[in-house]
Design a protein. Sequence first.
Length: 239
Amino acid sequence: MLYYRYYDISKLRSHLGEEALIAYDASHTIGLIMGEALPSPLANGVDIMCANTHKTLPGPQKGLIAFKDASYGQKINKLINSCLFSSTHTGSLIALAITILEMESYGKAYAKQVQNNSQALGEALQTLGFEVRKNPDGSFSRTHQVHLLTDRLGERRSIYDTLYQNSIASSFDSPRIQNNGNFIRLGTQEITRRGMKEEEMAIIANLIKQALDGKDVKEKVESLKSKFSSVQFSFDNNI
């Protein structure tokens, strides 16, 4: 589970040699890659990169495949066009095209703020006494995810339910980390695109603590969300 940091694929390429075909799933980090906050796998030894388009890339729930060598793309397109799809889904295609164009204009600022918010949220949670998963260099995250360790807090599903009841989204279906234990995942990509920054991460950490201490903070959460009701890093800003 490396969602909270980037794996240097060039090391894998050096071990496997040039003849091996390497495919890379960038579903969680494609928006950060497009925003140049993380290195491009295609520039570091990957032949085929696939991703969905609705996590850090804030588009419709679809997928994309990118190729280092155009000949691979031609072969895959031929296969897909022959039998694997029934419609181009024009509405989703237009939405994805707009999202990609927005990433060209705002992607660098968006991706950097996602990273900053993840680091700030991890720091704030640790300050409040929580255990937060860290990278070997001591940082809490290089991506959009913060991993809150839960073994001292209780059962993961119960923690998820408590946060959900207070309008705080998380994910609890992650495998146990050897030597670290269980955790829930917190994502910063959506709140970043709503315009929240480091200051709000401290507020969110406090709301998480209050919720897990048994307090009802749903109204406070909804009040915070209401202050950030527009989409940032988008063409909406030009309307």
